[in-house]
Design a protein around this ligand. Structure first.
Ligand SMILES: CC(C)(COP(=O)(O)OP(=O)(O)OC[C@H]1O[C@@H](n2cnc3c(N)ncnc32)[C@H](O)[C@@H]1OP(=O)(O)O)[C@@H](O)C(=O)NCCC(=O)NCCS
Length: 155
């Protein structure tokens, strides 16, 4: 059963848990200071999902790339849920909140890259109406793997 989660702005005090979730999921190796810089950017959306006891169980980092007013795009840098809390709707709650904010900021397109073998994330993105645009050969290291580039047109 899905526990009660609250989606809120990521704060510096959340970063230790964010880094743990990142590492447990073998995601890109952003360091503490990378997150601090991202939190300071006006164009970033950094969210955490917390349980009632304030434990961080997921996070999302998205950056808006400013174009002309009517045509901003955004890139999802990271979205992850604590392994013990995956597949019970928390990633969806995080993404719904991010999308609400992107719509309010008139973002027209959302882009991301994902490992070809990451079928769980690919299913997640497809469910959220992202579609594959192209492949970047051998984009990832350790292990070397192709990246799929996905795009969502925000309606
Ligand atoms: C991808 C991720 C963020 C999704 O969050 P989540 O909380 O596990 O997902 P949710 O429970 O909200 O499920 C939403 C949808 O994702 C997909 N999904 C979630 N878990 C899945 C699983 N184990 N297998 C296949 N699809 C799955 C399904 O489409 C699901 O919709 P459904 O329940 O109607 O079938 C999470 O699984 C995760 O942290 N994965 C590891 C980190 C990662 O790979 N991040 C993406 C980097 S590009």
């Amino acid at each position: 059963m899905k526990p009660k989660v609250k989606i809120s702005q990521m704060k510096k005090r959340d970063l230790e848990e964010v880094l743990r979730i990142q590492t447990d999921n073998n995601l890109s190796s952003w360091k503490y200071n990378d997150y601090v810089k991202e939190l300071e950017r006006d164009s970033s959306i950094c969210k955490v999902a917390k349980l009632e006891n304030n434990q961080v169980v997921g996070f999302a980092v998205v950056r808006i790339l400013v174009g002309n007013d009517e045509n901003n795009s955004a890139e999802i840098y990271n979205i992850a849920v604590d392994k013990s809390f995956q597949s019970i709707g928390i990633g969806q709650s995080l993404f719904d909140e991010v999308l609400r904010e992107l719509r309010s900021k008139k973002v027209a397109e959302v882009w991301l890259e994902v490992r070809k073998s990451n079928s769980q994330a690919i299913k997640f993105y497809k469910k959220n109406r992202f579609s594959k645009q192209f492949v970047r050969k051998n984009y990832y290291q350790n292990p070397t793997e192709d990246a799929y580039i996905f795009k969502l047109s925000v309606d």
